[in-house]
Design a protein around this ligand. Structure first.
Ligand SMILES: C[S@@+](CC[C@H](N)C(=O)[O-])C[C@H]1O[C@@H](n2cnc3c(N)ncnc32)[C@H](O)[C@@H]1O
Length: 333
């Protein structure tokens, strides 16, 4: 049982206010262009029926590519304090998380990350003026996140050191509160395996770097079926806290196949999470970080690929999304 509830945490939090581009349409700041279409002050075209995000049609379409190729810097101001975040074995770039958050939410909405690490999601939320609640089993990672927010002078979001399995106790009767669940769980026991190639180079060592020594860490489970089952149980317990018609987005990387399993982790997770009531799989994006180097694994004996890409799996909670603006634009939808 957790010692603190989410409601208690919320009492001392000053959230970013909700902002919807349609408020400005009602104030006459956009020019009518078609039945549902308006031209904004930035000369972009917006659709009044858009209850998901604050993007123009062009920006929306840009996100639909199934591949995201990035090359974010790991030093200087654009690295978002990577020198601190790299104490974690696999921090996510805040800019990429911001881009995802901006597609799936509007300003001032709420994002949940049950495996926050050093806070890629939470930093992305602050950069895009969204509110976030992050949980990790490791106190050390959460303190690094807090140090990063101070260094970057970014808003510190709500965090809690807790096992994600206990989140229903923490969230209690808050109900369908979150507008997006964006998370990056352990990829089975990938981190607990000895390192090779790029990972060994980045870590400066070849031995394994599990996220934590904690037995409750999903990355320390020995059995793959148990890992899939536990992840499904955790996600299943969080879907009741996600609003209808809203999304759950999860990063996953496959592992090298072995004689025991093909380890197409992304495909196994899609199958598992499709068993969660009300959750439907909507597709994926592939993320390719171009800054990785190629290693001659297996040479000159056999094929061992360099797994450079990660999957960004996209699920939606069934049901109609609420839209406070629907009544202003009658005849829409
Ligand atoms: C892939 S990392 C997340 C990295 C994060 N996206 C970032 O930008 O730093 C997965 C995280 O899950 C945490 N974790 C593992 N098992 C957990 C559990 N049962 N409850 C909460 N956190 C857990 C680990 O400590 C690790 O930081």
């Amino acid at each position: 049982m957790s010692s603190v509830t989410f409601r208690e945490l919320l009492k001392n939090f000053d959230p970013y206010p909700y902002r919807d581009f349609r408020e400005d349409i009602l104030k006459g700041k956009y020019k009518k262009h078609g039945k549902y279409s308006y031209i904004g002050p930035d000369s972009e075209k917006y659709d009044v029926r858009n209850s998901l995000n604050n993007l123009s049609g062009r920006q929306w379409t840009h996100f639909l590519s199934s591949v995201e190729v990035t090359a974010y810097p790991v030093s200087g101001p654009e690295s978002y304090a990577h020198e601190l975040r790299k104490k974690h074995p696999s921090p996510k770039p805040p800019q990429l998380m911001k881009r995802i958050i901006e597609f799936f939410t509007k300003e001032g909405q709420w994002v949940l990350d049950p495996f926050m690490g050093v806070g890629g999601t939470l930093l992305g939320a602050s950069l895009s003026r969204r509110n976030a609640f992050g949980v990790d089993i490791s106190e050390e990672y959460i303190s690094i996140y807090k140090e990063v927010t101070k260094k970057l002078r970014l808003k510190e979001q709500l965090t809690l050191v807790e096992d994600a399995r206990n989140l229903p106790d923490v969230l209690g009767d808050i109900g369908e509160f979150f507008d997006l669940i964006l998370t990056d769980p352990p990829y089975f026991n990938m981190q607990s395996r000895p390192k090779t190639g790029e990972k060994a180079k980045k870590a400066g060592r070849k031995y394994s770097t599990p996220f934590t020594e904690d037995k409750r860490d999903l990355g320390n489970l020995e059995n793959y079926s148990k890992f899939l089952y536990e992840l499904r149980r955790i996600i299943g317990s969080l879907v009741p806290y996600l609003k209808k018609g809203r999304y759950l987005v999860m990063f996953i990387k496959d592992m090298q196949p072995t004689e025991e399993d093909t380890y197409l982790i992304h495909a196994d997770i899609v199958r598992e999470l499709s068993k969660v009531p009300k959750l439907e799989f909507k597709g994926y994006k592939i993320w390719f970080d171009k800054t990785q180097n190629l290693y001659p694994y297996g040479y000159p004996f056999e094929y061992v690929g360099n797994i450079f890409h990660q999957y960004i799996l996209i699920f939606r909670k069934r049901g109609k999304r609420e839209d406070p603006f629907r009544r202003y634009f009658s005849g829409n939808d």
